[in-house]
Design a binder for this molecule. Structure first.
Ligand SMILES: [Zn+2]
Length: 89
């Protein structure tokens, strides 16, 4: 079964520190309870983890688009080794 490529179509900056076009963006729930688009640095501080209902990781491609690489589906979450999800609210 072929994996569907999912691109982020929103703004390319971090909602917290306003960094433009970081190498990675996280569309995630924060420990403040609100969702946002975070760069890696801010995600490490504020993110609650990756997965359905928690967050998705996007990587900037050579063409400038952000491709979802983690956290969006059962397919992708199986490869979640690098970022251990923080469980519990
Ligand atoms: Zn940031």
């Amino acid at each position: 079964m072929e994996r569907e490529k999912i691109y982020w179509l929103g703004a390319h900056h971090c909602d917290v520190c306003r960094k433009m076009n970081p190498p990675e963006l996280y569309n995630c729930r924060t420990n403040l309870g609100v969702w946002g688009m975070l760069c890696k640095e801010c995600f490490n501080i504020l993110g609650v983890g990756l997965g359905i209902g928690k967050g998705q990781r996007y990587e900037r491609q050579e063409d400038g688009k952000y491709l979802q690489v983690e956290g969006g589906s059962a397919n992708l979450s199986g490869t979640n080794n690098s970022n251990e999800p923080i469980e519990g609210d």
